[in-house]
Design a protein around this ligand. Structure first.
Ligand code: GAR
Length: 190
């Protein structure tokens, strides 16, 4: 059984969707959910799903190596970021080479970088009058939204649609695509 850890800072609807997809899966399991935010709704979702959680602060992640230790102790094989807003430190990136992925709610390299997350992304896409948007799943490196792209999917933005409609379309696409991409990546590696 390969063990997945999911990092999330907020609502965690993607985290929950992924955990449900892999419930009773033959070779994959969401073994841990982690958050930097003790108020994050993702923690409630994890509790309902019976998945252990680990809440950490900046020192745990960047200074004391507590997050890395916890991931190692749990035997985590693969790390999934789903609405996680802090950078992953290089010690963790080195320890899980090509085994940390993120989802971004736009077509990178556009609409990415520090401060571009969640609804801010959809607002900007809307303001710029883009005819389409989408989602990007990519490997994680030391910079926001810059790792190698694994998969993109797109949708049209119709006349009259605003940031809320764009957000909803992006979320639907995320729910459909993210679990499948994780499954495929891990299946290919055996
Ligand atoms: C998702 O749309 C995800 O793509 C985005 O945050 C949302 C989290 O929603 N991530 C970023 O913007 C990262 N730059 P969720 O907590 O309901 O899954």
């Amino acid at each position: 059984m390969k063990k997945i850890a999911i990092f999330a800072s907020g609502s965690g609807s993607n985290a929950e969707n992924i955990a449900r997809y892999f419930k009773n899966h033959k070779f994959l399991k969401v073994a841990l959910m982690l958050s930097n935010n003790p108020q994050a709704y993702v923690l409630k979702r994890a509790e309902k799903l019976g998945i252990p959680v680990y809440v950490f602060n900046r020192d745990d992640l960047y200074k004391d190596n507590n997050v890395k230790e916890r991931l190692l102790n749990e035997g985590i094989d693969f790390i999934v970021l789903a609405g996680f807003l802090w950078l992953i430190p290089s010690s963790i990136i080195r320890a899980w080479p090509n085994r940390i992925i993120n989802i971004h709610p736009a077509l990178l390299p556009g609409y990415g970088g520090k401060g571009m997350y969640g609804d801010r992304v959809h607002q900007k896409v809307y303001e710029n009058g883009e005819p389409e948007s989408g989602i990007t799943i990519h490997y994680v490196n030391e910079h926001y939204d810059e790792g190698q792209i694994i998969h993109q999917a797109r949708f049209p933005i119709e006349k009259g649609e605003g940031p809320d409609e764009i957000a909803q379309k992006a979320h639907e696409l995320e729910y459909r695509e993210y679990p499948r991409v994780i499954e495929k990546l891990l299946a290919e590696r055996g």
